[in-house]
Design a protein around this ligand. Structure first.
Ligand code: DHK
Length: 149
């Protein structure tokens, strides 16, 4: 069975560390990737870490994950609140899905309170800063271990 987890990042997350640091923190996307690699390695998982500003590319990667990945960790960023297509792509993925938001979207503007992705995610982590990615990978590791038994 695959031990690869796709860690997918949506629009504007390439600007982490530079964009609204009071909201998203000072860590860069490279810092997030390093944390994910360290956490994944501790659980004997491999990761494919990707970011895009394009909705169709996220959907293509989720469809690719159907063939090669055991689980998905995704920060859909702005597409969380708008994309039925992203939700549908994730619904067609069989393995665990954990949604991550760096900020606490429920403490922010009302339009951020609803995520189309949450209804098809096994877990949702919000407001834990970049550490949320490590928590998401921990959860994925536990779900995969439970599935293997
Ligand atoms: C990131 C974004 O870019 C926003 O559009 C979301 C999310 C929240 C985050 O907290 O990681 O509303």
């Amino acid at each position: 069975m695959s031990r690869t987890v796709f860690v997918l990042n949506g629009p504007n997350l390439n600007l982490l560390g530079k964009r609204e640091p009071e909201v998203y923190g000072r860590e860069t996307l490279a810092d997030v990737e390093a944390l994910c690699r360290k956490t994944a390695a501790a659980h004997d998982l491999a990761i494919a870490f990707r970011q895009t500003n394009r909705e169709y590319e996220l959907i293509d990667w989720i469809q690719e994950a159907r063939e090669v990945a055991a689980a998905i960790v995704i920060n859909p960023a702005g597409y969380s609140h708008t994309s039925v297509a992203l939700r549908d792509a994730l619904a067609a993925f069989d393995g665990p899905v954990v949604e991550v938001h760096i900020s606490n979207i429920h403490k922010r503007e009302p339009f951020r309170h609803h995520s189309y992705v949450s209804a098809v995610a096994d877990g949702v982590i919000a407001g834990c800063g970049f550490h949320g990615y490590a928590l998401a990978l921990e959860r994925v590791a536990a779900l995969l271990a439970a599935k293997a038994q």
